[in-house]
Design a protein around this ligand. Structure first.
Ligand code: SF4
Ligand code: SF4
Length: 56
């Protein structure tokens, strides 16, 4: 299981800065989570201003 970022993402970068395992990187039009690295901590969902990350 891993978190995923929806199309609501506005590419603010807050989640990437708060991910303890650096699983988040800027992708094509939105940020993306590396499912192999994500440890399901939920930080990204907490800091996102638009609620884009969610548990899969
Ligand atoms: Fe990173 Fe935690 Fe979000 Fe996974 S749930 S992408 S580990 S901040
Ligand atoms: Fe996108 Fe939310 Fe991450 Fe900002 S915090 S880059 S809006 S997913």
């Amino acid at each position: 299981m891993a978190y995923k970022i929806s199309d609501e993402c506005i590419s603010c970068g807050a989640c990437a800065a708060d991910c303890p395992v650096e699983a988040i990187a800027e992708g094509d039009g939105k940020y993306e989570i590396n499912a192999d690295t994500c440890i399901d901590c939920g930080n990204c969902a907490e800091v996102c201003p638009v609620g884009a990350p969610s548990a899969d």
